[in-house]
Design a protein around this ligand. Structure first.
Ligand code: T4K
Length: 368
């Protein structure tokens, strides 16, 4: 069985030593010593000012919107994991779907302005597959219209642009450390922010709103990362660069093997971007390939290769959102096309080159 991903974990002996330490200390959560150390070490590793750790990425997204007091309408992408839009829904905010660019799969910044109304308060773009959004254009629009920008950076751990972390753009960025992510703490997530006051507000919000033992300053939630997650995160920092390097080599092998197959499109790479190789999406043009994306998905499955259709269906097609006027397929032609073409091939640090060759053979055989 080859799954779309497999978590990268440190040697068990190293984690078991830490487990013993936490067991003995009996300090399990609520801003414990590992939480404090991981938060600092992570900020340093990522090259950002402040990190607020979370139990998972979804709670971090929900809290990020609370932290900036976002209301009304938010312009976002339908080509993402459902959690992006659910976070708006949980805050009583109306999502307004904007079409995406075919080359990056990210929100099409050129189309954002036409969707702004007097109710718009923010933009929630996603760095899909870790590919940076058009951050400059989005910043310009936000400045012109007085909008906040929250990046769903759940795929973008460690991604850089022109030597700077992608997480330094926008008002806030949100990371996920889920088991399926490049960097995992079992479950986990973070909000990246740029000033101390905001960090404080976010830290209050993730702990029920407590500012101290008796003072509750806001209607917060329980979204804290526990000590086991934080300790794993601290350990993972030792191994993350090696894991990304392995992913990069496998991604290069995929590119080499698949480049001559008609009807398969791969995303381009920009030399100014430091990628993390979170996913390896390919796009199937069924006429040129001779098979549909779903046929290929099933062929791979028959060979015990479990690729995934991230992201199909579009979020705008789920019952909760389908009725919105911005969810109309006419408004989202590019997203509607790529959601039917995309297939994310297995990619993880432990995957061996023979498996990549095998996957590519199944793909090219289908073509004959
Ligand atoms: N925003 C974006 C853009 C996101 O992509 C996500 C999450 C979020 C926000 C929310 O962040 P979190 O709240 O999750 O921190 C997975 C993940 O559950 C989800 O975290 C992720 N995005 C999404 C893209 O993928 P599924 O339903 O596809 O996962 P699942 O369980 O089918 O796993 C996929 C494969 O991974 C399995 O076939 C095998 C492997 N796997 C999985 C798990 C859970 C393992 O080897 N070990 C494991 O423990 O959603």
């Amino acid at each position: 069985m080859i799954y779309v991903t497999k978590p990268n974990l440190p040697p068990f002996e190293e984690f078991s030593e830490i487990l013993k330490d936490i067991w003995d200390s009996k300090w399990l959560t609520n801003d414990g010593p590992y939480h404090k150390r991981f938060e600092q070490a992570l900020a340093e590793y990522l090259g950002v000012k402040y990190v607020c750790l979370f139990a998972n990425g979804t709670l971090a997204l929900v809290t990020a919107l609370q932290a900036l007091r976002i209301t009304g309408e938010v312009i976002t992408t339908p080509f993402s994991f459902v959690a992006t839009t659910h976070a708006l829904h949980w805050n009583g905010i109306t999502p307004v779907f904007c079409d995406v660019e075919p080359d990056s799969c990210n929100i099409d910044a050129e189309k954002i302005e036409s969707l702004i109304t007097p109710k718009t308060t923010a933009i929630l773009p996603v760095h899909v597959y870790g590919n940076p959004c058009n951050v400059r254009k989005i910043e310009k629009i936000a400045d012109t219209y007085g909008l906040k920008v929250i990046y769903d950076a759940c795929h973008a751990f460690g991604v850089g642009i022109n030597g700077d972390s992608i997480l330094n753009f926008g008002d806030l960025s949100v990371l996920s450390f889920h088991a399926t992510k490049v960097f995992t703490t079992f479950e986990g997530g973070a909000i990246i922010c740029h000033d101390e006051k905001m960090k404080k507000r976010i830290d209050f919000l993730k702990n029920f709103g407590f500012a101290d033992e008796t003072v509750v300053v806001a209607p917060g939630i329980n979204a804290k990362m526990n000590e086991f997650q934080a300790a794993l995160g601290l350990l993972q920092l030792k191994y993350i660069d090696g894991a990304i390097e392995k992913r990069k080599n496998l991604a290069m092998l995929y590119r080499k093997n698949l480049s001559d197959i008609g009807g398969i499109r791969m995303l381009g790479e920009d030399t100014n971007v430091k990628y993390n190789y979170q996913y390896f999406p390919v796009f199937i043009d069924s006429a040129a390939f001779g098979k549909s994306r779903d046929d290929l998905y099933n062929e791979l499955k028959n060979n015990n290769i479990f690729a995934r259709r991230y992201f199909y269906p579009l979020i705008s097609q789920f019952p909760t959102y389908k009725g919105l006027s911005s969810a109309s397929p006419d408004n989202l032609p590019v997203a509607e096309r790529i959601t039917n073409e995309v297939l994310c091939l297995p990619l993880y640090a432990d995957l061996d080159e023979d498996s990549v060759d095998k996957i590519c053979r199944v793909i090219s055989f289908r073509k004959q």
